[in-house]
Ligand binder design. Sequence first.
Ligand SMILES: [Zn+2]
Length: 329
Amino acid sequence: MILPKFNPLIASSILMLTSSLLASPFDGNQSNLSSRSFPLDTVIWANTNIPVCWESLSTDANLRNEVQNAVTTTWEANSQVDFTGWGQCPTGTFAGIRIGVNDVGPYTERLGNELRGRVSGMILNFTFVSWDPNCITNHGLTSCVRWTAVHEFGHALGFAHEQNRHDTPTTCTLEPQGTMGNIIFTDWDNNSVMNYCNPNWNGNGNLSNIDILTVQTYYGNIPRYTSPSKLLEIPVVIVSGVSYTATLDDFDGDNAFSLRTFNRTGNRSSQPARYAGTTLTLLMLKVLDLRNHVESLYSATMNFNGSTFTVSSATQLQPTPITFSLVSH
Ligand SMILES: [Zn+2]
């Protein structure tokens, strides 16, 4: 297995070009964009280890375990995110999510990392007596607790209500509610746990396929391609069972990507790239725009000819499956 050698001189000029591109002013209409919805990518947690604590441990321990398990088997199972701790909140500052329990409609005070340290930032319901007593009749207390927890932790990850989106179809007539997102890179998703119009309440606690793609996009440590700089960053590529991190670029615009960095890594990815034979397989690849927002998701394969990589196939996973080639971007 031969991979091209790292060229530090070219790499440093790439980095300078990239940072100057990213720093260039954006001429779009920000206020218009922010009136749209779904993920709010300004509040995505930078670290995938997110501390959580309970404001009182006098609440039902079994239901607290159900909440933790619901989160573990959904958002955590499909990404690199790890909600840690789950003990009694300290009296002082806390750099994570503080969960209170009250018999009201469950909610979060903010989206994403704006919950950090906020007292009663998330409120869950463990009784469903005053609020939505029919839930216990229809689903049982455990499901009521688990399903609402999955939804609220979606907010905690930075995901707004799906029905808030400007492209919500007229068949979904429920009003927008709560904080708006700012990014739309998936098809509108009737089956999202974040969608009030989902025929199953909170998706019955089951992430939709698009929920999974979304959490992997922001918390999966997956490959990213920045179109203005033509830089492809791969957090984890597995070569003969060993994990590496790599960056490739098409800086000169000849549709052939050169390998610029290639190092062993202990990092993990929910969708690691794989290199075998002369083929580099990217199961998931997020494409970022000039402002570093996710535009779309692809899977792609690249072929190595001994000196450079070229895209041999690419499939758009979201928002709409169409034939696509990175080189035409
Ligand atoms: Zn909500």
